[in-house]
Structure formats: structure tokens, C-alpha cells
Design a protein around this ligand. Structure first.
Ligand SMILES: *Cc1c(COP(=O)(O)O)cnc(C)c1O
Length: 402
């Protein structure tokens, strides 16, 4: 559907319509589904109320009064834009303040904040590898890691089967003559909700002298003491070299960061292209990020609620015959074929539950799923309704294993 009726149209782009038709034929075409009002557990979509079970807003901070007030105050104090890239005249005092706060929170020497988690991976990987080095990456790593690896000119790459530690060790041995080895893994895998085997990865890295980098987008604010993430969850402070986090998920705002050493920060400031060639956050976003970190530091009640809800939901799903294998609030309901997952998602929507289908090629063709994400803002009544709806539709579609 077009957005205006007054547009003048270039026919030189008509070839795109064939590509769109191919996507539709393969059931891979996506449309945006706008909702009204604020991101939250209950939203309005297509004119009716829907329970939202797809948001990464784990702690409900997207509309937390403290974060909103901080953003408003920063607009009055500093305006709405940073005006230039960090290295020219785009570093406001408040940008550094957020980074210092994050470094204390993450128990590391220094952090650097990027526009997003996506650009944080772009900033972290290419500047530190080159000719003679190898990047060793879990096969289920996030797209932004995959792209950052592609942009790392000169370095070799090697992919190991998901969380397979003997395969990782074989790859490390195979590259024993590499100048430097960089192991990269998601902290929490975004499609399955499982946690990386970080203690084993760190032990192997120490044995084979490899650098370890963890992208903890779904672990930030969710795992570890007060949401300090996967490294804290396993008590591995000081043994993981680079942690990428995001403030766009549990922290409710927007932005990525790289938490590491002062030297790592300094090299990224000098070499990372998202720093050198793209403007940083406006002060309002920075201020709400600061408020989010302060909130996490001072109060873990939302995190406790998130985990209480997660246990409650998983127990309920198990009792109806749809057990969930994940280790986190990210709950894949794996049903098999893409068609089944699409149907389940569609039926859930008709019944007032929003859960996105995730299909090939994002996941294996026979492991299509609906991904449910539990938030701290879900009430017991919301969770009960979700479970009851799964039971009803599960019967219709013959999905329940009992
Ligand atoms: C979501 C996600 C990102 C991207 O974070 P944004 O802040 O949304 O750009 C990066 N890595 C992983 C593992 C993610 O899940």
C-alpha cells in the first residue's frame, strides 16, 4: 500500500515488484503492523486490544516515568541533537557520563556507547582483527555479528556448530598458527533463549590463547546480579575480553555499548566506522539510558518479577503439553513446519494474543516456531490468558504432547 496519492513514481524500480512477489510466493514476505499508544503488555492493534507477547521490553522500561522524565529534562537542558560525530564536536559531557556509569555497572575498565547494538558489533570487531587472524563464530550468532565479521577485511572466519564445545576446540586447534584468534558468541541466543556455555568457552579460550567476545543483547538487564548480564551470571568478570550490550531491549531505550578495556575504547574511537562516520544519540536518549542504568543498579524488583513470570508461564505451558526448552524469558514454542507456525501465530492474533511466527531461513525449516517473550509487565491474568489460548489452539492444530 502506498503512503500518499500525490507521489510521482519512478518505473525504473518496478523490478522490485518481482522480488516482492517471489517473497510472497515463498511465505517470507513481511508487513509492518503498527500499534497505537505506548509499548506495553496491553496494546491496541487494528482497532482492538491485544496482549503483547513479542516485545524485548523485558522490564517494561520503555514508558517508565523516570526514563521519560530524564529525557524531557535533557531536551530542556541540552536540546534535541548531538550535531556531529563523536570525534568532531558530537561528544557532549552527558555521553561520557553514560559511559562511565556503564563501566561501573559492568565492572569493566571502560565502555563506548554506539547508536545501537547492531552498530556496536560493527564498531567492536573490524578494528581488532586483520591479516593472519581468525574470527571463530557460533553458527546461531546474531546477524549483526555475521555482518561485522564480513566487514573485517583480511581476517579468516570459521563457524562452529551451535554451542558445540568439542567442535569449538577442534576449530581452535585447526587455527593454532593464527596470529590472533577471536571467539564470538551471543550471550543469550535470540531464537532459542538458551545461554552460551560461557564457562567452557572461557576455559577453552584460556587454554588456546583466544580473545572472547560476548554479544549480550538479550542478557543485558535480564541475567546476572541486577541485570549485569551473562558474564556476571556465570561469575566470569575479568575473563571475557569484550562484552557488547544493548539498551534497546530490557533497558527500554536505544543504543549499544562495548564494555572492555580503556585501550579497546580508545582504538574504537580512532578506528570504528560507526563512531567516525555516524552521529551519536541525542541527549534525551542518553539521559534516559542513564536513568535506566541507575534504575537497574538500585532496584532489581522488576527483574525478579520478570523471572517469576517466566517460571509461571513455563510451568503453565508444560502442564498443557507445550513444554518450553529455553533457559530465559525468551520462549520459543516450536511446532515444526513454517505453515504450522504461521497458522498458530494467526490464530493467536485472532484470539487477542500477539506472538510472532519465526520461520526458515531464520530457523531450521523443521523447527519453525512462535516466539513468546515474557515481560515483567505481564500480570498473572495476562499469562493465564496466553496459556489458555495456547491450549485451545493447540487442540485445534493438534500441537499438544501429552
Ligand atoms: C537485538 C540484538 C542486537 C541489536 O541490538 P539493537 O540495539 O536493537 O541494534 C544485536 N545482537 C543481538 C544478539 C541481538 O539480539
Amino acid at each position: 500500500m502506498s503512503q500518499t496519492s500525490t507521489a510521482t513514481v519512478s518505473h525504473r524500480l518496478d523490478f522490485l515488484k518481482d522480488e516482492i512477489q517471489r517473497l510472497k510466493d515463498d511465505h517470507l514476505y513481511q508487513e509492518l503492523r503498527p500499534f497505537d499508544g505506548m509499548q506495553g503488555a496491553e496494546i491496541q492493534m487494528e482497532g482492538r486490544p491485544i496482549l503483547n507477547f513479542s516485545s524485548n521490553n523485558y522490564l517494561g522500561l520503555t514508558n517508565h516515568p523516570k526514563l521519560m522524565a530524564a529525557a524531557k529534562q535533557a531536551i530542556d537542558e541540552y536540546g534535541v541533537g548531538a550535531g556531529a560525530v563523536r570525534t568532531i564536536i558530537g561528544t557532549m559531557r552527558i555521553h561520557n557520563e553514560l559511559e562511565e556509569k556503564l563501566a561501573r555497572f559492568k565492572h569493566c575498565e571502560a565502555t563506548l556507547v554506539l547508536q545501537s547494538g547492531f552498530t556496536a558489533n560493527m564498531a567492536a570487531i573490524p578494528p581488532i582483527v586483520g591479516e593472519g587472524d581468525v574470527i571463530i563464530s557460533d553458527e546461531l550468532n546474531h546477524a549483526s555479528i555475521i555482518d561485522a565479521v564480513r566487514l573485517s577485511r583480511g581476517a579468516a572466519k570459521d563457524i562452529f556448530p551451535h554451542s558445540n564445545m568439542s567442535a569449538l576446540e577442534s576449530v581452535l586447534k585447526k587455527h593454532k598458527n593464527a596470529r590472533r584468534k577471536l571467539i564470538v558468541t551471543d550471550g543469550v541466543f535470540s531464537m532459542d533463549g538458551d545461554i552460551a556455555k560461557l564457562p567452557e568457552i572461557v576455559a577453552l579460550a584460556e587454554k588456546h590463547n583466544a580473545i572472547v567476545m560476548v554479544d549480550d543483547a538479550h542478557g543485558s538487564g535480564v541475567l546476572g546480579d541486577h541485570g549485569r548480564g551473562t558474564v556476571d551470571h556465570f561469575g566470569l568478570h575479568g575473563r571475557v575480553d569484550i562484552v557488547v550490550g544493548t539498551m534497546s531491549k530490557a533497558l527500554g531505550t536505544m543504543g549499544g555499548y562495548v564494555a572492555s578495556t580503556q585501550a579497546m575504547r580508545d582504538i574504537m574511537i580512532n578506528k570504528a566506522r560507526p563512531i567516525l562516520f555516524s552521529t551519536p544519540h541525542p541527549p534525551s536518549v542518553v539521559a534516559s539510558c542513564i536513568a535506566a542504568v541507575e534504575l537497574l543498579e538500585s532496584d532489581d524488583s522488576l527483574m525478579k518479577k520478570l523471572w517469576y513470570n517466566t517460571r509461571y508461564f513455563k510451568a503453565g505451558m508444560k502442564s498443557i503439553g507445550l513444554p518450553i526448552e529455553s533457559e530465559t524469558p525468551l520462549c520459543p514454542v516450536i511446532v515444526g513446519t513454517s505453515e504450522k507456525a504461521q497458522k498458530l501465530s494467526q490464530r493467536l492474533f485472532e484470539e487477542g494474543i500477539y506472538g510472532r511466527a519465526i520461520v526458515y531461513p531464520t530457523v531450521a525449516a523443521d523447527r519453525a516456531r512462535v516466539r513468546i517473550i515474557i515481560n515483567a509487565t505481564h500480570t498473572q491474568a495476562h499469562l493465564d490468558r496466553c496459556i489458555e489460548t495456547f491450549e485451545k489452539i493447540g487442540k485445534e492444530l493438534d500441537l499438544l504432547h501429552r
